[in-house]
Ligand binder design. Structure first.
Ligand code: MRU
Length: 363
């Protein structure tokens, strides 16, 4: 299974010349390991969702810009930096919503700036170190999110999740699924309902795939079945990921998430967003500042069917994400703890905690 083939969702090959990952568009039918070398391949892999999920996109972009920087043939810093920024803009154009893409690229640019007095060759080495650190940090962070989520779970609980915020969307544990993996490690009996997540089916293709591979009890439901499952009392808690969280706690995640949160509130089921602090964008005051990606209509009408399932030429709307209002979120589980309403204050407190932690550890 996947675990035997690939320990980490994204990594650099031994020669340091290509990103190694699994093509998520082919799952669950085919487990194809792919190598991404050129900037075009990397951008395309993100746009086409071969690599997807906010944290995985971030790590892919970090290695991607390192590979791009490595190819720049000059010893002159100003020329190097100008070309670096062009490549950065090119990769940043792959998708608009997941803030981790921009966050990781900004971290890489800061590394260039911080080392500007060194020879270009050494700057490239620093970029590799930074990309490795971003990847390692993702593994650590997701594990910490999992530990915080685990505190909300009891043996025998049933969790509903939407889209895929598991190991495939990160490097190792996932965000929304991290608590479930840790519960399994503790020997808990946990059941998961995976919304299939139309139109691209990340729930049935990816979440069911990875949980199944780990021997975790998972049941796929169509998105429009969440209500009946909740009404029957089959769901104890909802965990989803996020692509970008505003300063007030409004959270953008895969289309359909906000409907799940509204249902959960109606049925009195706690609804939690699980995400690293790198997914919180303090430059966005509220959800209305978050750019929502629009994708082509054929993903809705044709992609999975032998024949189009809508009249030829009919109008199709295909927003890839929606924003869950903060008032429908019970808490945001991060690596530094769980933020609860009022979010502006609790989120600011988590960033303060992160700052103190970094100062203490000299990072
Ligand atoms: O379009 P995708 O598949 O990249 O969307 C992914 C999601 O919405 C995930 O839930 C989100 O990125 C959190 S991933 C840990």
């Amino acid at each position: 299974m996947f675990r035997k083939k690939l320990e980490e969702t994204i990594s650099l090959d031994k020669g340091g010349d290509a990103i190694i990952t699994i093509d998520q568009t082919l799952l669950p039918g085919e487990e194809k390991i792919i190598k991404l070398r050129t900037q075009e391949q990397i951008r395309n892999a993100i746009y086409k969702l071969k690599v997807r999920g906010a944290p995985a996109i971030g790590v892919c972009a970090a290695y991607g810009i390192y590979l791009g920087a490595k190819e720049i043939e000059t010893d002159d810093f100003d020329k190097f930096y100008a070309e670096f920024k062009e490549k950065k803009d090119y990769l940043a154009g792959a998708r608009p919503t997941a803030v981790n893409l921009f966050w990781a690229l900004d971290q890489m640019e800061k590394t260039v700036q911080a080392n500007k007095d060194k020879p270009v060759k050494e700057i490239k080495e620093e970029l590799l170190k930074k990309a490795d650190a971003i990847k390692e940090d993702d593994i650590r962070t997701c594990r910490m999110i999992g530990e915080n989520a685990l505190m909300l779970l009891d043996d025998g609980d049933s969790v509903l999740t939407h889209c895929n915020a598991g190991r495939l969307a990160t490097i190792k544990y996932g965000t929304a699924l991290a608590g479930i993996y840790l519960a399994k490690e503790q020997g808990y009996d946990i059941r998961v309902f995976a919304d299939e997540t139309r139109p691209l089916l990340q729930g049935s293709r990816l979440t069911a795939y990875e949980l199944n591979a780990e021997g975790i009890d998972v049941t796929v439901i169509c998105d429009n079945m969440a209500s009946i499952v909740m009404k029957k009392g089959l769901v104890d808690i909802v965990f989803t990921g996020a692509d970008r969280i505003a300063a007030n706690g409004d959270s953008a995640n895969k289309i359909g998430t906000s409907g799940v949160a509204i249902l959960a509130k109606y049925y009195g089921i706690p609804f939690y967003i699980c995400a690293p602090l790198s997914t919180i964008d303090l430059n966005c005051e509220s959800g209305s500042d978050i750019v929502i990606e629009e994708r082509p209509g054929f993903e809705v009408t044709e992609k999975w069917y032998e024949e189009p399932m809508a009249p030829h030429g009919v109008k199709v709307l295909n927003p890839a994400f929606d924003v869950t209002d903060n008032e429908n979120i019970s808490g945001i589980i991060t690596e530094y703890g769980i933020a609860r309403p009022p979010y502006r204050e609790s989120i600011a407190a988590l960033f303060e905690k992160q700052k103190e932690d970094k100062e203490r550890n000299g990072i």
